[in-house]
Design a protein around this ligand. Sequence first.
Ligand SMILES: NC(=O)c1ccc[n+]([C@@H]2O[C@H](COP(=O)([O-])OP(=O)(O)OC[C@H]3O[C@@H](n4cnc5c(N)ncnc54)[C@H](O)[C@@H]3O)[C@@H](O)[C@H]2O)c1
Length: 267
Amino acid sequence: MGFNLLKGKRGIITGALDHNSIAWKVAENASAEGATFVLSNAPVAMRMGEINKLAEKTNSQIIPADATSTEDLEKLFSGATETLGGKIDFVLHSIGMSPNVRKQIPYTESNYDFFQKSLDVSAISLHKMLSAAMKLDAINDWGSVVALTYIAAQRTFPFYGDMADAKALLESITRSFGYHYGKKKNVRVNTISQSPTKTTAGSGIKGFEEFFGYAEKMSPLGNASAEACANYCITLFSDLTRMVTMQNLFHDGGYSMMGVSTDLMSK
Ligand SMILES: NC(=O)c1ccc[n+]([C@@H]2O[C@H](COP(=O)([O-])OP(=O)(O)OC[C@H]3O[C@@H](n4cnc5c(N)ncnc54)[C@H](O)[C@@H]3O)[C@@H](O)[C@H]2O)c1
């Protein structure tokens, strides 16, 4: 059941790979809240074909875009405004990938070509997206851009490898670009720092299962689900959060404020 929080709003939702993806739930919820949007993912990710099911379910078009390509991103924004019949009100950046983490290369021995790729795909892509949108003036005044991040940007999680550095950069771009887009068009830019979540990207990290259980016991509310994350995204896309920008917002059941929990101590 929706509250019509996004009634009449137009959006771009990136990163829905399969039904476990956080972006998948955001698309379902945005649709239930009355939004129309374009779905986007890397052309290689399209091959799985899963995204077509989501497009059908939410009555949306798909525009493929490699988030590292400024050309693709410009086509995405111009294509979306054309398809949706006007400027964009919200954008979800739900993109992350590290070849070093994928190949289980120890952080201290990182391959630097891979490292650059991690930063480009997972962080600089947000800059490229915002830059393309600004150049084309594709986002409405008071529009909202949300990117997903992880607490490894602030604290050390050894298994997270160079993704930790990518997330730190992502959060920094959020503040830096958030200033300029705020001044220019009142567009707000925020990151949501989400609990470990069982998705393709999440489960690709070595030791994820064990850590998921640890975080569950550390957080007074338990781990936040992808569905709960999607709800939080909707609030940030809505007009109820218009004065929130340049923030990193923890959505983690309280994990980020914990020292130790009694559940873990009794283990
Ligand atoms: N799963 C977790 O535990 C967790 C926790 C905190 C934050 N996050 C973040 O949430 C976001 C979404 O991840 P998810 O967990 O839903 O996993 P996911 O694997 O479902 O989504 C990651 C998406 O990134 C896309 N992608 C990769 N390279 C791309 C490129 N070059 N161009 C365009 N798209 C590309 C993939 O195709 C995929 O759809 C990521 O930024 C991730 O780091 C995830």
